[in-house]
Write a protein that binds this ligand. Structure first.
Ligand code: SF4
Ligand code: SF4
Length: 163
């Protein structure tokens, strides 16, 4: 897995133009059963890819934290939301709360998340490959394939499946 992660930025760069064209076409005319196809590709991929062997999203990017996330996680730590913000978060260029540093503070050496049950919504949903109307998040996906081997594979399968 470490080799795959290491080679991913280059592989994604090589595929960037092809992927961009594919998503432009997909946006114009998404297949009627796109949600179904994505569900299937997502499930197949995550049968083979074990996030515990990877954790590259937690190591390199980290999520944004909504107010709801902050309230829930602060409660888990039995501290005030403001205390949680001061200790772990900062505001980014887009005015969102994000981690002060990556790898994520809550990631263990064994790749387990110490706040798994209460983790941010963005962590639960990453890499968003099973969400509905997947064609609407193509710019985000073009970024995600550079850090997530599963997202990369899913996009490769999409191109084979949707002509
Ligand atoms: S979601 Fe993607 S980047 Fe994150 S751990 Fe799983 S395979 Fe790795
Ligand atoms: S909160 Fe957990 S799942 Fe989210 S980035 Fe941190 S370690 Fe990963």
């Amino acid at each position: 897995m470490q080799d795959i992660i290491k080679n991913l930025p280059k592989q994604a760069k090589d595929k960037h133009n092809e992927n961009k064209k594919f998503f432009q076409k997909l946006k114009k005319k998404p297949p009627k059963n796109l949600d179904y196809i994505m569900q299937e590709l997502h499930e197949n991929e995550f049968k083979q890819t074990d996030c515990l062997e990877c954790a590259n999203c937690c190591k390199t990017t980290g999520p944004l934290f909504t107010d709801k996330d902050i309230g829930r996680i602060a409660k888990f730590f039995r501290i005030k939301p403001q205390q949680f913000i001061e200790q772990y978060l900062r505001i980014d260029e887009e005015n969102d709360y994000v981690l002060q540093s990556v790898p994520c503070t809550f990631l263990g050496a064994d790749n387990y998340c110490s706040i798994y049950e209460v983790r941010p919504k963005a962590c639960r949903e990453f890499p968003h490959t099973d969400r509905k109307k997947f064609h609407q998040i193509s710019n985000l996906t073009l970024k995600n394939v550079t850090i997530c081997p599963a997202a990369f594979n899913i996009v490769e399968e999409m191109k084979k499946r949707i002509k």
